[in-house]
Design a protein around this ligand. Structure first.
Ligand SMILES: Cc1cc2nc3c(=O)[nH]c(=O)nc-3n(C[C@H](O)[C@H](O)[C@H](O)COP(=O)(O)OP(=O)(O)OC[C@H]3O[C@@H](n4cnc5c(N)ncnc54)[C@H](O)[C@@H]3O)c2cc1C
Length: 436
């Protein structure tokens, strides 16, 4: 709070006051912008950078499914912001952003108000939840995968299911426990379902001898007529084949229409008894962004121009999952991806400095030459333009690509070591009881 007071006491009208850059969010957008920005500051330049986020770390979400499925240890895909940057010109505040007032140039947070001269909005997205009503009890089998805590819950839940199912005498009840439903066959859903399959069949079934593996069902429910509908056919065909070989039941053209206690209903007709529904059906913008007084789209993302600024609000930038940036070739908003967010972060950081220094800004140009999806422990699919790699080679490129994107040698070594040791000694199946 002391920091906040000194922050607010710097009046923007005073020419000698530091220019205040406020970064909201410590995810891919915020963290990469910070990485780009700080080394570009000139010695003695009168600029103060503040980052506000509800987590004090950067979370490497593309590997979250590996935490949920017991390969990587929880903290190894997170990086504390304070360790990342401790310059005198930088301040980190852990707080919830509750309201963004662009007209007053202020963010209301759980730690007080923060004013700015330049604002970078990188508050990300939240899971798009079911659009039908369900009670708390009915939704008790529903899990999302967006945060570290989500991953920990999923992992413990699955191990706990195996503990209970191994002692269950009622066959119908046991079948219900051993039926796993993944809703949404986009990138994240595919990565999760394949890793889940390997977790179960390569690790858990070895240790739970009373469970007949033939009773285990893994079902993937997809609303479109094929999995990963916005990807290239070659990739889709390969992944479809993999899912088939893995024994994952894919139900295309299917929508979960109701959640009941320990059951889901598909297309208003098919009933599936299950204690596990992993809800990976896409994202909508952070609610704080959806409420700002600037143009937003139907997913609540704030509309930005080619310089990533919010038109009509000088010095305000938005990037990543909370921004609607239209690809000028397709005319469509670009999809929420870590890679494009990283590139936007670099452009936005440069443009904020260009604004302050009175030089020309650079436009952001979207390009998407890569596609890469992990498919369980040993396989992945990788595309670079029209060049494809599948299987173990694809997995190698996938791993190298993500290790390079992950900052900090310490985390890279820990992630690599986790993968290596879990391949040799098996995944950890400790059942840590956590109260909701
Ligand atoms: C499980 C999973 C797997 C994924 N896999 C891939 C993949 O393989 N490849 C790929 O390209 N993309 C992947 N993505 C998408 C990718 O993670 C996002 O596109 C990317 O993180 C967007 O970056 P961002 O900065 O906009 O948001 P985020 O990285 O989500 O960062 C948002 C930040 O804002 C903070 N925040 C949120 N609300 C508040 C608040 N009210 N107050 C304060 N702080 C707040 C959060 O703590 C976080 O630090 C995956 C996403 C998930 C969830």
């Amino acid at each position: 709070v002391t920091a906040l007071k000194s922050h607010d006491s710097e009046k923007p009208a005073n020419k000698t006051a530091a220019k205040r850059i406020l970064i909201a969010g410590s995810g891919f957008g915020g963290t990469y912008a910070l990485w780009q920005l700080m080394p570009l500051l000139k010695h003695g330049e009168n600029i103060k950078v503040t980052m506000v986020s509800n987590e004090n770390f950067f979370l490497f979400t593309p590997l979250l499914h590996m935490v949920a499925m017991g390969i990587i240890e929880t903290r190894h895909i997170s990086y504390p912001i304070r360790k990342l940057q401790n310059s005198q010109q930088f301040e980190f505040i852990q707080a919830d952003v509750n309201n963004i007032d662009l007209a007053a140039k202020q963010l209301k947070t759980s730690a007080g108000s923060l004013s700015y001269d330049y604002l970078l909005l990188s508050l990300g997205s939240v899971t798009k939840m079911p659009d039908f009503e369900y009670s708390r009890a009915e939704g008790s089998n529903l899990f999302t995968l967006k945060s570290l805590v989500d991953a920990v819950y999923i992992r413990n839940h699955i191990i706990n299911i195996f503990e209970r199912a191994s002692a269950e005498k009622d066959t119908a009840k046991q079948r219900q426990m051993l039926t796993f439903v993944v809703a949404g066959a986009g990138y994240t859903g595919i990565q999760l379902v394949t890793e889940l399959r390997d977790f179960i069949f390569r690790s858990l079934t070895r240790f739970y001898k009373t469970i007949d593996p033939r009773k285990i069902r893994i079902i993937m429910v997809e609303i479109e007529d094929k999995i990963m509908s916005d990807s290239r056919p070659k990739l889709v065909n390969y992944i479809t084949g993999c899912l088939e070989k893995m024994g994952v039941e894919v139900k295309n053209n299917s929508r979960i229409t109701a959640l009941k206690e320990n059951r889901v209903i598909i297309n208003n007709s098919e009933i599936i008894d299950t204690e596990t529904v992993l809800w990976i059906t896409g994202v909508v913008s952070n609610p704080c962004i959806a409420e700002i007084k600037a143009p937003t789209d139907d997913l609540g993302r704030v509309v930005v121009d080619e310089f990533l600024t919010v038109p009509g609000f000088k010095g305000v930038y938005a990037i990543g999952d909370c921004a609607n940036f239209k690809d000028n070739r397709s005319g469509l908003p670009i999809p929420p991806r870590a890679h494009s967010t990283v590139r936007q972060a670099k452009v936005a950081a440069g443009n904020i400095l260009a604004d302050i220094r009175g030089v020309g800004k650079k436009p952001y140009r979207f390009s998407n030459p890569f596609d890469t999806v992990s498919l369980g422990t040993t396989k992945a699919a990788f595309r670079y333009n029209d060049f494809y790699l599948f299987g173990v080679l694809g997995r190698f490129v996938w791993l190298v690509g993500y290790l390079l994107l992950m900052k900090g040698s310490y985390n890279r070594v820990r992630i690599f070591a986790d993968g290596f040791f879990s391949a040799i000694f098996g995944r950890d199946i400790t059942n840590v009881k956590i109260k909701a």
